[in-house]
Design a protein. Structure first.
Length: 213
């Protein structure tokens, strides 16, 4: 059974429709102002409304959002909430996120430095976890492959959770990535782009062709 697919960094209606036409399960909108794929609240709401006849999950992607911003995201029509954060983030903040949106809708994306173990204390707050490529200066969007070995270890250790693989996944490595990790969901972004925030229809088509064969 192929994994579910999230296409992240959606910035326009054309790319949203391309993703959906090929079978994307989730569309990710990056609300983090420092991202080259940033979309503001108003624009994300317009895109969501234009896609309101589909059943895909809309995912709000951000870094350490505050209470007011999360409430605003919920009102905008997002169903899932993918929050990136450094490992030293106070657990009370993460607990608040879980309380506001629900553990079943919260996708936690901790920034885990190399050689660090996955923090088990996060398991209480979410049903879904995303592991991306580590960078000292960025939260995702590096275009480089993540640590598949660590990902596989987490998936085996905590099979009751859903695990999302992110980090430079595209036509050239998606088959190998799935073979090694058995990811529940794959997150496609830079690996299916022409430029930051501009998706490549042929790369998206190619990935879905690989997944269904």
């Amino acid at each position: 059974m192929p994994p579910e697919v999230k296409i992240c960094g959606i910035t326009c209606e054309v790319d949203a429709n391309i993703a959906l036409s090929h079978g994307a399960n989730y569309l990710g909108f990056i609300l983090y102002e420092k991202s080259p794929r940033f979309v503001d609240k108003e624009h994300s709401e317009i895109l969501i409304k234009k896609c309101n006849d589909i059943t895909s999950g809309f995912v709000a992607v951000d870094v350490c959002p505050n209470f007011d911003k999360i409430i605003s995201m919920k009102k905008s029509g997002f169903r899932y909430f993918q929050f990136h954060f450094p490992l030293d983030t106070d657990l009370s903040i993460i607990k608040e996120w879980s309380t506001i949106v629900g553990s079943s809708n919260l996708w936690l994306a901790p920034k885990i430095p190399p050689d660090n173990e996955f923090p088990e204390n996060l398991l209480n707050f979410s049903d879904t976890f995303l592991l991306d490529t580590y960078s000292k200066t960025k939260f995702g969007g590096t275009g480089h492959s993540s640590d598949w070995k660590t990902f596989s270890k987490c998936k085996v250790s905590y099979p009751e959770k859903k695990w999302i693989l992110a980090g430079g996944i595209g036509p050239k490595n998606v088959a190998k990535a799935l073979l090694q990790t058995k990811a529940d969901i794959i997150d496609l972004n830079s690996g299916v782009e022409k430029a930051p925030g501009q998706k490549d229809p042929e790369k998206i088509k190619s990935v879905f062709s690989i997944l269904t064969h």
